[in-house]
Design a protein around this ligand. Structure first.
Ligand SMILES: [Zn+2]
Length: 91
């Protein structure tokens, strides 16, 4: 995994409305953004300089969580559409 991929995974996770985003250790209302610093990807609070280090094992877990949750949203939307269509036909 390279830093570009790490940043993509973390950005996608932090933007996913179905998961709880990783937030600042000083104030949970502050959002963290992935940035590259000294050749390592970290999460940084833009409001108070809090930083969170992440190992690859954790980043892979976030990638899987993000993926599964996004698939669930799609599945759910399709299912609702399907049910709506059925209801329209039957009514
Ligand atoms: Zn903060």
């Amino acid at each position: 995994m390279n830093n570009q991929q790490r940043i993509e995974i973390l950005t996608s996770y932090q933007d996913n409305p179905m998961v709880h985003p990783l937030t600042c250790g000083n104030n949970s209302l502050h959002n963290l953004v992935p940035i590259e610093e000294n050749k390592k990807v970290i999460l940084k609070c833009l409001e108070c300089d809090y930083t969170q280090l992440l190992d690859d094992k954790f980043i892979k877990l976030l990638r899987d969580l993000d993926k599964v949750q996004r698939e669930m949203i799609e599945w759910f939307k399709n299912k609702v559409k399907e049910l709506n269509n059925e209801n329209t036909i039957n009514s």
